[in-house]
Design a protein around this ligand. Structure first.
Ligand code: GLN
Length: 249
């Protein structure tokens, strides 16, 4: 399934985090090393980042593989950011194609990505979708399980949940409605990252250069820590906490 990463730290050109590392997202798109499900991630990619003095992130998404986009190679060289979230996609059967289904999804100042699947989509998600306000359903960016998951998370953020609580409460709600699957979520507001390990791999690296939270290590340098399954992680540029995923909403 997909691979994603988020970064908080000193401002850097986007490509130094996303495509330059030897096993970064560009490489993970065709040869991921830790991915538990699926083999390639060529059904689109996306990058969201924050510019100084602007709370709202910008996004660049495309329907094809990240390595085949010369425009991103250029943009990634000259755009610098202290906070970003990026993903490469392997589309779940039955979901929409195209750039609109590629993470990150956005809502206000938040960026979100989902590595995983709502099993049996779309049939299994009916009772859950019925709990989502119609306006939120109409606002889905695509007919994709991850877009629905994002609507659930975003509703909770707007209701005042913290980032990790919005993720864990959404997973609890999915389970309450009998939705099984893999729910590795990644979320940022540009100041903090929250992520879940719930069915696929997750790791992080904290250094003087900032913090990277990623599906898998983007190089073989030391410092990567694997996050055990069924965990929630929160990160700032100089601090990471990991704790068990709560199963209650
Ligand atoms: N289900 C999501 C999609 O179709 C994420 C897929 C994945 O993790 N590969 O985009």
């Amino acid at each position: 399934m997909c691979r994603h990463l988020a970064y908080l730290g000193p401002p850097v050109p986007l490509r130094t985090v996303i495509t330059d590392p030897p096993f970064g997202l560009a490489r993970q798109a065709w040869a991921p090393r830790r991915q538990r499900h699926g083999s390639m991630n060529v059904d689109g990619f996306g990058v969201g980042w924050y510019a100084p003095g602007d709370q709202l992130p910008a996004r660049y998404r495309r329907a094809g593989p990240i390595w085949a986009d010369p425009d991103f190679a250029d943009l990634g060289r000259v755009i610098r950011s202290a906070a970003l979230l990026a993903a490469v996609r392997s589309a779940t059967p039955g979901t929409s194609e195209g750039a609109a289904a590629a993470a990150p999804f956005v809502g206000g100042r938040w960026l979100f990505s989902h590595n995983g699947v709502l099993k049996g989509w779309p049939d299994t998600a009916g009772s859950l979708a019925a709990t989502v306000p119609p306006a939120d359903l109409l606002a889905l960016e695509s007919r994709c399980d991850s877009a629905l998951a994002w609507a659930l998370v975003l509703r909770r953020l707007r209701d005042g949940h913290t980032l990790p609580s919005a993720l864990s409460a959404t997973i609890a709600s999915l389970r309450e409605h009998g939705v099984t699957g893999r729910f590795n979520f990644l979320l940022t507001d540009g100041a903090e990252i929250a992520a879940t390990a719930c069915g696929d791999t997750l790791c992080y690296r904290l250094s003087e250069g900032g913090c990277v939270v990623a599906s898998e290590p983007s190089d073989d340098e030391p410092g990567w820590t694997e996050v055990r399954d069924s965990s929630v992680l929160t990160a700032t540029p100089d601090h990471v906490e990991v704790y068990p995923l709560s199963t209650s909403a």
